[in-house]
Ligand binder design. Structure first.
Ligand code: F0G
Length: 467
């Protein structure tokens, strides 16, 4: 495996913070865990948090705040309009992104919903490297057609290319100059690409997307949930940026585009929050009018003043090089361990999560028996580690008359790391769980769905293990 993060002088990864406030972790027995999963019909989403020892379900809103953020919480000004907290939030985001209009929302998908409502019509086409699920769902709800144009390397899970989140520029240009060009309101780039394994997009790719958007007179937007992690990878892998400050790289990326949506539950270091930022005056006015209807007044947008202040502080902290290095190294450490146990993982390791390729790991379990789900249940049984299946259970299509599901493209299991929450020994523990998973590989069985809803079935489906 190629490691791109070689700059640390020591083998030991240390957390670049010390701990001031702690929360107990539940330690359970395998017998108890089996009981919990059985009770929840073998769906890890049903588990109570006190039944999970290490929770790697998501990195969204699950991070730890710094003492400065907690201090900022106390500074929170809860005035309905024009609060001081809003001013601080606005100032940090204006400086970071350079966009003229900063519109706060309660989380990423609220920004997406507003964007889709004000700027997308039926039949429109929205090209992207990869749309995240909620982004896709919001554009589809607006009767438009979100299209993924990920580069070739990105489609190959196991190839170690440096920028597997890049968009395929040729395909993008074909679409932009093609007969349906007038149906494209904007191009949306997701940095980093969550759907493709947390893979980064190069500055070179972003610059070329901007050139194409200028040439064909299209707006260019970012889904920038993990903008700091993306900037970190750029600093490590793109020669031109190796001596540039992370924050400067992030600023430059934002300034290539005309606006962005961000879920601040990721690289905002927040437990809640989002933003829609735009340069266009008319769009911003339409967005604010809708915001008042659905989120709140434009100086709080669904957030308490104290949340705005915690986010303003978090957004200052997130581009810290030491933090980003520790974060990337924790994930690549887990990936190296997994590979050493012959567990295939998406390579190179992404920014926020380890992705196990369950299709390659368990070739004997077909997609309609959910190999990824089998892995997710097993790592919970082994060590109380909660992960999420991103394969046929999440994205496959259930067919009528007992026909097997139409499978998803990949069978992945995501172990996402909450920010500043778990320590190196927790990652060592997860690695040991993976080692035991590899030892049990031949004993793993598929699953059968007993009950499922029509939409987003993986959250609530009831399953049972096959004999
Ligand atoms: N865009 C990306 C790239 C995301 O990863 C997410 C959320 C969103 C938009 C939506 O933001 O949750 O604040 O409404 N991703 C979470 C995850 C849910 O687990 O990856 P949100």
């Amino acid at each position: 495996m190629i490691s791109y993060n070689l700059s640390m002088e020591f083998k030991t990864i240390i957390e670049p913070f010390k701990i001031k406030s702690v929360e107990s972790l539940p330690i359970t027995t395998e017998q108890e865990r089996r009981g919990f999963l059985e009770r929840e019909h073998w769906n890890v989403f049903g588990l109570k948090s006190q039944e999970v020892t290490i929770d790697l379900l998501t990195d969204s809103g699950t991070g730890s705040m710094s003492s400065e953020q907690w201090a900022a919480i106390m500074r929170g000004d809860e005035s309905y309009a024009g609060s001081h907290s809003w001013q601080r939030f606005n100032e940090v985001l204006s400086d970071l992104t350079g966009y003229k209009h900063i519109i706060p929302t309660h989380q990423g998908r609220a920004s997406e919903k507003i964007l889709a409502t004000i700027s997308v019509k039926e039949g429109d086409i929205i090209p992207s490297n990869s749309h995240f699920d909620t982004t896709r769902a919001n554009f589809e709800f607006a009767q438009s057609n979100p299209i993924d144009l990920l580069c070739e390397e990105g489609l190959d899970l196991l190839s170690p290319a440096p920028f597997k989140g890049n968009v395929d520029l040729e395909k993008l240009e074909e679409l932009l100059k093609g007969p349906e060009s007038n149906k494209i309101p904007f191009v949306l780039m997701t940095i980093t690409n969550n759907t493709g394994g947390g893979q980064p997009v190069s500055m070179d790719n972003l610059k070329k997307v901007k050139e194409l958007c200028t040439k064909y007179n299209k707006m260019f937007l970012l889904d920038a949930c993990r903008f700091a992690e993306n900037a970190w990878f750029v600093s490590q892998r793109e020669e031109e940026y190796k001596d540039v400050e992370i924050r400067e790289i992030a600023k430059e990326a934002f300034r290539l585009a005309d606006g962005c949506t961000i879920s601040l539950k990721k690289d905002g270091f927040g437990n809640i929050g989002g933003v829609l930022a735009l340069n266009d005056d008319a769009m911003a006015e339409a967005a604010r009018n809708l915001l008042i209807l659905t989120e709140g007044f434009p100086t709080y947008g669904g957030l308490a003043g104290r949340d705005l202040d915690a986010l303003a502080q978090g957004l200052k902290e997130i581009t810290d090089k030491n933090y980003l290095e520790y974060r990337a190294r924790s994930i690549s450490y887990l990936a190296e361990k997994a590979l050493s146990y012959d567990i295939p993982v998406v390579q190179p390791a992404g920014g926020h999560a380890l992705y196990i390729d369950a299709k390659t790991f368990l070739p004997n379990i077909p997609p309609h028996e959910y190999p990824g789900h089998s892995v997710a249940c097993e790592i919970y049984l082994i060590g109380g580690v909660r992960a999420v299946e991103l394969g046929t259970l999440a994205f496959g299509v259930a067919n009528e008359n007992g026909e097997p599901d139409t499978p998803a493209t990949h069978e992945l299991v995501r172990l996402a790391a909450p920010r500043r929450t778990y320590t190196q020994s927790h990652f060592d523990y997860v690695a040991e769980v993976l080692e035991k998973l590899a030892e049990k590989k031949d004993k793993l069985k598929g699953y059968k769905i007993l009950e499922q809803p029509k939409l987003l079935r993986h959250f609530t489906a009831k399953l049972k293990p096959l004999k």
